[in-house]
Write a protein that binds this ligand. Structure first.
Ligand code: SAH
Ligand code: SF4
Ligand code: F3S
Length: 453
């Protein structure tokens, strides 16, 4: 019997981190394998799936508005369904479960982060029984990686090596909505990577909330360096990974970053704060001295490594002096990219119960001054690339100009170049080209293509 999902048009809106984006690829793969097809607009869809994020409050609030506004968008006229099906998954689905139906009565399906594989059955039941369906599990039985996938780009793949997180930073909801850290067996990771290499994938990004502790639950000790060795041996062109918790970044991993052919010279190393008192209150389990020593080791092993980081401004109790320590650390380290966040209270985390007397305007002023610094430093750091040739994996065209191709350098810098005269963008997407950089802006480098590999 054909699935009730056969021929249905679905649309997915994804928020949050790469884990969610990857989960979306699995959802698309699963639904397509049942005869449904993805469409790019809400208007054209009969089923809409929200892959949600609740790491900060703004995302939470936005979801409610978006779901509410769907009521005004009619279903495509040829649809046999009585109404557009609305499904909510991801981290808000996991956190709120059934409660979402009370707040948003026209939601038809809620699923969590541990049971992506149940989505087709839940959607089918919602169609056949015309009744609300919810399934949220406390922990997962398998990996979403056992499900079919439809990758966003043919030339790049995300590959989860572990799911969940054991670190319980005091501000963070992630361990509460993704569960405890669970590593995938090394053989399964390598097999998936080999499949990608055989399919012509050029770049693999290993995913985990803390890739550096990979294997602790499975093998009794972290084995991330072994993962890097094994994936490098598959012959993949470019290998990246995120995220690295500084407390678990080992000498062995630093050695692989410096030495392995495929491991790209860039690292995302979230610092969160430069103040030791705040780092302690955050339960990060490193101090600023240890963090700076790691940066020094990384630069010794791999002198031109590009670093990026995450920072939270306005953590409860942050004083002007604490903020100054963060500002100085960011200035001193010199990052190519800094993701700055204003602290957002998350119910259920320890920090949510801590009072903070700091006025909102003071936090905003600190945040703005940090953003100015980040831009100034990124601009300065990018100047070093002027006149150099960089290899660029072409991802598409610039958002503003379709005659300009855009991609990333080994250092994970965005590079723009005019499309060479005898080429189309489609020809070049997924290919490696060499660009000579002649202009360095704050967020990207610009130059001309000198050769196509
Ligand atoms: N596991 C990763 C990513 C976690 S979420 C890591 O540890 O780096 C991504 C970023 O969101 C975090 O690094 C942190 O800077 C930010 N973040 C998490 N919870 C937050 C909160 N409650 N308020 C503001 N920013 C937060
Ligand atoms: Fe959240 Fe900390 Fe885990 Fe990252 S390491 S996901 S910030 S608890
Ligand atoms: Fe957001 Fe969940 Fe990722 S809360 S950051 S989508 S793990």
């Amino acid at each position: 019997m054909a699935s009730p999902l056969q021929d249905r048009a679905f649309h997915v809106q994804t928020f949050g981190c790469q884990m969610n984006k990857h989960d979306t690829e699995r959802i698309v793969g699963m639904l397509e394998s049942l005869g449904a097809h993805e469409v790019s607009t809400v208007e054209g869809s009969e089923i809409i799936i929200f892959m949600t994020c609740c790491v900060r409050e703004a995302a939470d609030v936005r979801l409610h508005g978006q779901v509410a506004s769907l009521k005004n968008i009619p279903l495509p006229p040829d649809s046999p369904l009585p109404k557009r099906l609305v499904a909510i998954g991801g981290c808000i689905g996991q956190r709120d479960g059934e409660k979402l139906h009370e707040a948003l009565p026209h939601v038809d399906v809620v699923f969590g982060t541990h049971n992506l594989g149940s989505l087709p059955a839940l959607l089918s039941a919602a169609i056949e029984e015309r009744a609300f369906q919810v399934e949220v599990l406390d922990s997962s039985t398998g990996f979403p990686t056992d499900l079919p996938t439809a990758r966003e780009h043919a030339f790049a793949a995300w590959l989860p090596i572990a799911i969940g997180c054991d670190n319980f930073c005091t501000y963070c909801i992630v361990p509460h909505v993704r569960g405890r850290e669970k590593s995938r067996p090394l053989e399964a990771i390598v097999e998936e990577a080999e499949g990608y290499v055989a399919a012509g994938v050029k770049e693999i990004t290993l995913l985990g909330q803390n890739v550096n502790s990979y294997g602790r639950d499975l093998y009794g000790e972290p084995r991330f360096a072994d993962v890097l060795d094994a994936i490098d041996a598959t012959g993949i062109e470019r290998l990246r990974f995120a995220t690295s918790h500084p407390k678990d970044l080992s000498d062995a991993v630093i050695d692989r970053i410096a030495r392995l052919r495929s491991v790209q010279p860039s690292l995302h190393l979230p610092v969160q704060s430069g103040s030791d008192a705040i780092l302690r209150a955050m339960n990060r389990r490193y101090d600023s001295t240890r963090y700076k020593a790691l940066v020094a080791s990384l630069r010794e092993a791999c002198p031109d490594i590009a670093l990026s980081t995450d920072v939270i401004v306005g953590f409860p109790g942050e004083t002007e002096e604490d903020f100054r320590a963060t500002y100085d650390l960011i200035d001193e380290v010199g990052y190519n990219q800094v993701f700055t966040f204003i602290y957002s209270k998350r119910e259920g985390t320890p920090a949510a119960t801590w009072d903070d007397p700091t006025p909102r305007e003071v936090i905003q002023r600190r945040f703005d001054s940090l953003v100015d610094l980040v831009q100034k430093r990124a601009f300065e750091m990018n100047q070093a690339w002027k006149g150099r040739e960089v290899s660029v994996l072409v991802e598409g065209t610039s958002k503003r100009d379709e005659t300009v191709i855009a991609g990333r350098s080994p250092h994970n810098l965005t590079v723009h170049a005019p499309l060479p005269s005898n080429r189309t963008a489609t020809d070049l997407v997924g290919r490696l080209v060499t660009v000579r950089v002649d202009e360095a802006r704050t967020w990207y480098l610009q130059g001309d293509v000198v050769s196509i590999l």
